[in-house]
Ligand binder design. Structure first.
Ligand SMILES: Nc1ncnc2c1ncn2[C@@H]1O[C@H](COP(=O)(O)OP(=O)(O)O)[C@@H](O)[C@H]1O
Ligand SMILES: [Mg+2]
Length: 259
């Protein structure tokens, strides 16, 4: 071992123990839509950036084999509030969330879900999260696909056993279009809140490439986009203010709830 590596061994803090995500004393947020391109990664990375600014341990778990969230974490400047990235191994696509681990001190766990989730794998994912955020694009094709997906979500065993709060984020909205009006009607009909409406802007595209969220740009050019997140952040706080982890289902005890 050379002198340099000996020195770095001395200054390095010991790695924090990883624990199963079911055992975290954290609010676990699942960003999911079965459709690709709805904005899961954009919303997961921006949420991570907002929550890390509070100085609370924020973990972004990339469950999509495409690895887009993990790429974002790896491009995040060290000077910015840190987001801890956890990547689910590409080779273990079948790995179920009960095997996932994150640092023990995690306060916020944000999972960027893969597209096309359904059946038992979807049920599993829902069981291991407290809050569900569904991005929906304001186009007819996406509204139809998302309506079906939300219907499927609500019918899973996990949701029927314990209804987790769901919020929809209306993404890439161009105000005053027919598609936007239809999206509003659709959300009202489901009685599901939509606490954020994000506009279609290159600010999100640039932020992703720079490992940032819109929260990381103090400039006035991003003020409107920063404002768009405030109601969703309030919604998260309002849902997470209870002792939700004390009321959690015990991991792998689904049989106990079958009746
Ligand atoms: N509000 C937005 N404004 C502009 N571009 C967006 C917005 N949201 C997402 N995008 C872009 O749309 C594409 C798909 O978004 P992404 O977050 O990767 O979706 P998903 O993870 O659901 O597949 C990306 O190129 C992303 O930069
Ligand atoms: Mg993605």
């Amino acid at each position: 071992m050379d002198e340099h590596s000996q020195q770095s061994d001395v200054v390095k803090a010991p790695p924090e123990p990883l624990v199963a995500i079911q055992l975290l004393n954290a609010t676990r947020i699942l960003v999911i839509n079965s459709k690709g391109g709805a904005g899961k990664t954009t919303i997961a990375t921006n949420l991570a950036s907002w929550l890390s600014r509070r100085g609370e341990r924020t973990v972004l778990l990339d469950a999509d084999p495409q690895g887009s969230s993990h790429y974002w974490v790896s491009h995040r400047e060290q000077a910015l509030p840190s987001v801890h990235g956890v990547k689910i191994d590409n080779n273990s696509r079948t790995t179920r969330s009960f095997q996932w681990r994150a640092p023990k001190s995690t306060r916020w766990l944000i999972t960027d879900a893969p597209p096309g989730m359904n059946g038992p794998a979807l049920d599993d994912l829902l069981q291991d999260h407290d809050l569900i955020v569904v991005p929906v694009l304001a186009s007819d094709i996406d509204i139809r696909a998302s309506a079906r997906f939300i219907g499927e979500l609500l019918l899973t065993q996990s949701m029927r056993r314990k209804r987790r709060p769901i919020a929809v984020v209306a993404n890439r909205v161009k105000q005053h279009t027919k598609a936007w009006e239809r999206l509003q009607k659709f959300l009202l009909s489901l009685n599901i809140p939509y606490p954020a409406t994000l506009r279609d802007t290159q600010n999100y595209v640039r932020a992703y490439a720079e490992g940032r969220g819109v929260a990381d740009y103090p400039q006035q050019s991003h003020e409107r986009d920063r404002d768009d997140w405030q109601t969703l952040l309030c919604w998260l706080d309002a849902q997470g203010s209870g002792d939700q982890w004390l009321q959690r289902e015990e991991p792998n005890k689904s049989v106990a709830y079958a009746g």
